[in-house]
Design a protein around this ligand. Structure first.
Ligand code: GLN
Length: 305
């Protein structure tokens, strides 16, 4: 497997400068587009890594499935569904565009910013500090890494410049979808996006989702298998944003990308994959990361279809 990963990285290295490193969060612009690493955790909890697999980067949107997971664990499916839907477009089958003057749960899903920001409000905790600490604790548990921390520079950079997320969050508030103080909710979301991981951490987190909620190393149950089913289904349809259809055809497994350049892919019952390459395509997904996953999926016949 290590040889295969090395081969794939070598073959995809030429793509690592296609696209651009995210710069709308100024601190992310410092990423090195030469970095390219990959890690696979498989059934027997065996770990295979290649390239710059020790490089750390921020999770960004890859934390969204964990926000969804904690909301499901804390409040249950009915409450989650009443706030955030699961459809990729949120549009009816004959829609020309959004002409609605209302924002409803069925318009958003947990893998877009509005959905994830709204779900932060469902996490249990007296304060937003406590909510975030519980989210970090769950992320550490899934990665089996008690050392995961927030990258303060990235967090402060997004907090200082996140006007669009502020606008989205105030829109949620305007439509009665969140009640709490917008700045506190956003602070939790920005800190969540700034949790620093490596490809290995992502592969381990993905493996727990592939393993129906069981930790691959200890066999401890971290969450109910019905939550893994829910999350993997949402990842399959919405995890790669507007590139989810293409990704379903070419790779064919649930996955989540982040503008930090990471991709986490879940191969149900088989493996968890973590990749890092910070140059992004026009949809905000790691360009070389997707190419590497396409190749790996072909070579190992990973598609669930
Ligand atoms: N923190 C980023 C944002 O909200 C996450 C986006 C992403 O990774 N796609 O803009």
């Amino acid at each position: 497997m290590i040889e295969l990963l090395k081969e794939i990285l070598e073959e995809c290295y030429k793509y690592r400068k296609n696209g651009t490193v995210a710069n709308y969060i100024p601190e992310l612009a410092k990423a090195d587009p030469d970095d390219f690493g990959m890690c696979v955790v498989s059934g027997d909890a065996a770990i295979c890594s290649a390239g710059d697999h020790g490089k750390s980067f921020t999770m960004q949107s890859i934390v969204k499935p964990i926000i969804l997971l904690l909301a499901l664990m804390d409040k249950g499916e009915e409450c989650v569904r009443a706030l955030v839907g699961v459809e990729a477009t949120g549009k009816p089958f004959d829609a020309f565009n959004y002409s609605d003057q209302a924002l409803k749960c069925e318009h958003i899903n947990p893998m877009i910013n509005t959905g994830a920001i709204a779900l932060c409000t469902l996490i249990c905790g007296e304060t937003y500090d406590e909510k975030f600490s519980r989210l970090l604790a769950l992320t550490r548990k899934m990665a089996n890494n008690p050392l995961l921390e927030v990258d303060e520079a990235v967090y402060l950079s997004e907090k200082a410049t996140g006007s669009k997320n502020r606008a989205l969050a105030y829109m949620l508030k305007a439509y009665g979808m969140i009640e709490d103080d917008v700045e506190e909710v956003l602070d939790c979301y920005f800190r969540a996006c700034s949790i620093k991981v490596t490809s290995l951490d992502l592969a381990k987190i993905a493996f727990v989702l592939a393993n129906k909620g069981l930790n691959g190393e200890t066999d401890d149950r971290i969450f109910d298998k019905k939550h893994a089913k829910y999350i993997n289904a949402v990842l399959m349809t919405c995890g790669m944003y507007d590139g989810s259809g293409e990704f379903a055809i070419n790779v064919g497994v649930p996955a989540k990308s982040g503008v930090g350049g990471g991709i986490m892919a879940v191969v149900p019952g088989r493996m968890g994959i973590g990749i890092y390459s910070p140059s992004l395509d026009s949809k905000g997904n790691s360009f070389a990361g997707i190419k590497a996953l396409e190749l790996l999926s072909k070579k190992l016949d990973l598609s669930i279809f």
